[in-house]
Design a protein around this ligand. Structure first.
Ligand code: FAD
Ligand code: FES
Length: 282
């Protein structure tokens, strides 16, 4: 009998904790029933399955430096699979395949300044890398986090964000697109690109990592261009509709003049210098 793990077979996993984060997002702490750690890298994703409903690719939101064998997924309720996942509670079972994909190039970032630019749910994959850099703070130079969402009530990871606001060894800045009159908000009001002109970027020594809704990339990249950030110093995490998650079905294919990419296998994290030539990518 072939004892090698099939990439198509989910492993049983148990939900250890569920936390409501915002109107549409919940944070799930999960452990594989095998008791093994997930062994992921920041930026990778898993396929989460609910028997009889389907599967959804979800970024791993916790850092591999987190204690214990559990991992965390921040899941927005948007359709068939995620609606059902949102009804699940502590002790319920789900299926997990993965971790899959190319994550952030952690080793390349070490010894450099890292600038994080997160829009909306884009904070979910970036939080894995952010917490990695904070847990191994001495291995990185300056850390800047720019985080934007539509309204204050959509801010995710509120407790951690509160810690980031008070940390003196990072530069944390936040913005909301709009703020209702009756809500107290001390951060900036405006889209995330309004935060970029105010930061100093050491062009020789910085990497910028960006994750957010598709519309955000074009404008963020324009601002980074204004600052003369070289394309090869920018990493982006892309999202495409996926099925297999392992480079077999072609659902997540991006075509360019020099070939094609599978976002599930070659990404989801890409160097901008590479995807820049692929019109379909952004
Ligand atoms: C690498 C990666 C990482 C991700 N990380 C996260 C994460 O950390 N957290 C998170 O919440 N989400 C994440 N997502 C998005 C998540 O995978 C989707 O929201 C999820 O698959 C939706 O599944 P569903 O069955 O709940 O929704 P569906 O029922 O599939 O519907 C989702 C939405 O897509 C629309 N839709 C349905 N079919 C199509 C189609 N064929 N083409 C275009 N639109 C369609 C629907 O109308 C609906 O608005 C990630 C996606 C990728 C690729
Ligand atoms: S999801 Fe099947 S090839 Fe990427």
């Amino acid at each position: 009998m072939n004892k090698e793990k099939s990439p198509y077979l989910p492993e049983n996993a148990t939900i250890l904790n569920v936390e409501k984060m915002a109107e549409r997002e919940k944070l799930f702490e999960i452990e594989l029933d095998s008791g093994e750690p997930l062994n992921h890298e920041p930026g990778q994703f898993v396929e989460v399955s609910v028997p009889g409903v389907g599967e959804a690719p979800i970024s791993i939101s916790s850092s591999p430096t987190k204690e214990g064998n559990s991992f965390e997924l921040c899941i927005r309720k948007v359709g068939n699979v995620t609606n059902v996942i949102h009804t699940l509670e502590e002790g319920d079972q789900i299926g997990i395949r993965g971790p899959y994909g190319e994550g952030f190039p952690v080793e390349e970032l070490k010894g450099h300044d890292v600038i994080f630019i997160a829009g909306g749910l884009g904070i979910a994959p970036l939080r894995s890398l952010i917490n990695y850099t904070l847990d191994r703070r001495e291995e990185f130079e300056d850390i800047k986090i720019l985080y934007g969402c539509r309204k204050p009530c959509e801010l995710l990871y509120e407790d951690e964000v509160e810690e980031w606001r008070g940390m003196d060894n990072i530069d944390y800045r936040e913005t909301v697109d709009e703020c209702p009159d009756d809500v107290c908000w001390e951060g900036n009001v405006g889209v995330i690109t309004t935060l970029i002109p105010g930061i100093d970027i050491d062009l020789e020594n910085s990497y910028t990592v960006v994750c957010g809704p598709p519309i955000m990339y074009r404008f963020v990249l324009q601002e980074l261009k204004q600052k003369e950030v070289p394309d090869e110093r920018i990493y982006l995490s892309l999202e495409r509709r996926m099925k297999c998650g392992v480079g077999k079905c072609g659902h997540c294919q991006i075509n360019g003049k020099d070939g094609e990419f599978y976002v599930c296998q070659d990404g989801p994290v890409f160097n901008y210098d590479i995807v820049n030539d692929f019109e379909e990518a952004l």
